[in-house]
Design a protein around this ligand. Structure first.
Ligand SMILES: Nc1nc2c(ncn2[C@@H]2O[C@H](COP(=O)(O)OP(=O)(O)O)[C@@H](O)[C@H]2O)c(=O)[nH]1
Ligand SMILES: [Mg+2]
Length: 447
């Protein structure tokens, strides 16, 4: 899946990400190549146009061309847009709690992989601790019931069927009372598929849908059929209403167009992909991971992360300027505390501030203390944050009350901040001073 598309797009990405400066012409050429690759992958023309327009607009903005690492920023834009076109956030099944019975209605053309996928889904739900029941409502194909029984046996999930019955509503109703008696929490209903969409099929599915009021109505579509999978999804959605799509045969050599067009054309998310014939070959569909894969696997993800780091580094450089000029305020410190939370580690932030490397270790930092500091600063007014020197006794006791700390704690923190400012200034000067730098280089050389 996606091999050819990935190969081409990844080449473009690598070329552009490596450039230290890029021009509008670079952007145009790159997007043109990506456009061709998408069309070749059988992505819907309208979708390709939208993708191109959205990307060009953002990529040519000031922010990219003038940024520190324009190539990487550009890759990030492509990555984000590709993720959005694949559906954005991962969409999980929306089922009721295990104490209430949930129902999943499976739809799809004959041969799309509906029966196999019904069993795969049961297998997945069973692993997650649910108690599913397979309901055999495909009463047209003689072997369908038997196929579901065999699969059910394989995965150890009960199958409800009525031999010789021609009324799918009757099967459903009896399955429902069986489910209630047997503490089943999820019914997965396999239905009749035709080779093409026709009225009798839609009529039957529609009746089943009205009767069962399913929590999920999932269309099973064959990814190998490309554009027609998207058209089928559109029709099923208009006639019955869908909550999601499962694309099967993702393991085969399809060009991937269906996956990239589905969300934009139908508005329905891909929830799972089938990746083989075995009952465990069903994967949750993650748009972001899929985008990374199309853009060239891990390489690009790393680049995107680097682009993020560059942005953080710019922030760090600004902080350093403030430290030197002694305009570093409590507000700045609060921002730092918050970005520590965002980045997950204080060490990674310290490493970005010149002169700070190796000065403070993770062990020197008391995380609980940082929380107290955050609370204290949060209780200050803007004026106080900009200039802590105005904080006298009455302000101190107000801040203590507001932050749930004591006056002594506030006083101690302010003293600490004063000391920290002096130390920061010294260190940032040291890292700038050529003499100190040379001394540091020499000592490294002789080591
Ligand atoms: N390679 C591959 N084959 C699949 C996948 N899903 C289903 N199949 C095969 O597709 C064929 C039709 O599947 P079936 O479940 O009977 O389709 P139905 O007519 O929609 O119920 C079977 O041979 C399955 O083994 C998949 O994800 N990958
Ligand atoms: Mg079937």
């Amino acid at each position: 899946m996606f091999e050819r598309l990935t190969g081409k797009v990844a080449d473009v990405m690598k070329f552009i990400a490596g450039k230290s400066s890029i021009t509008e012409k670079n952007i145009d050429e790159s997007i043109e190549s990506i456009k061709m690759a998408l069309l070749e992958a059988d992505v819907n023309l309208r979708v390709v146009r939208r993708f191109v327009n959205a990307t060009v607009e953002e990529a040519k903005g000031e922010k990219v061309l003038r940024s520190v690492a324009p190539g990487q920023q550009f890759v990030k834009i492509i990555h984000d847009k590709m993720t959005a076109f694949l559906g954005g956030e991962t969409q999980n099944l929306v089922l009721k709690g295990p104490d209430t019975l949930s129902k999943i209605l499976m739809l799809g053309l004959q041969g799309s992989g509906k029966t196999t996928t019904t069993a795969k889904l049961a297998c997945l739900l069973k692993k997650s601790g649910r108690k599913p029941l397979l309901v055999a409502c495909d009463l047209v194909r003689p072997a369908a019931m038997e196929q579901l029984s065999v699969l059910g046996d394989q995965i150890g999930v009960s199958v409800f069927k009525i031999e010789g019955c021609k009324d799918s509503l009757k099967v459903y109703r009896e399955a429902l009372s069986f489910a209630k008696q047997n503490l089943i929490d999820t019914m997965i209903i396999d239905t009749t598929g035709r080779l093409q969409i026709d009225e009798p099929m839609m009529e039957e599915l529609s009746r089943l849908q009205r009767e069962s009021a399913p929590d999920e109505i999932l269309l099973v579509a064959d990814a190998m059929t490309g554009q027609s999978a998207v058209e089928i999804a559109k029709t099923f959605d208009e006639k019955i209403g869908l909550t999601g799509v499962i694309l099967t045969k993702f393991d085969s050599d399809t060009r991937g167009g269906a996956a990239l067009s589905l969300k934009t054309i139908t508005g329905k998310p891909i929830k799972f992909v089938g990746t083989g014939e075995k009952t465990e070959d069903l994967e949750i569909f993650h748009p972001e991971r899929m985008a990374s894969r199309i853009l060239g696997m891990g390489d690009v993800v790393t680049l995107v992360e680097k682009a993020q780091q560059v942005m953080d580094q710019k922030e760090a450089a600004e902080i350093q300027k403030k430290m030197e000029k002694e305009t570093f305020t409590l507000e700045d410190w609060l921002n730092q505390l918050r970005s520590v939370k965002k980045m997950g580690s204080l060490q990674s932030m310290i490493a970005m501030i010149p002169g700070m490397q190796g000065q403070i270790g993770e062990d020197d930092i008391d995380k609980a203390e940082l929380k107290i500091q955050e609370a204290i600063i949060s209780s200050m007014t803007r004026k106080e944050r900009a200039n802590h020197l105005i904080i006298g006794p009455s302000r101190r006791s107000r801040i203590a009350r507001g932050s749930g700390t004591s006056v002594a704690e506030v006083a101690r923190f302010l003293k600490q901040f004063e000391k920290m400012k002096t130390m920061m200034k010294k260190m940032s000067k040291m890292s700038k001073n050529p003499a100190t730098r040379q001394a540091a280089m020499r000592s490294r050389r002789f080591r």
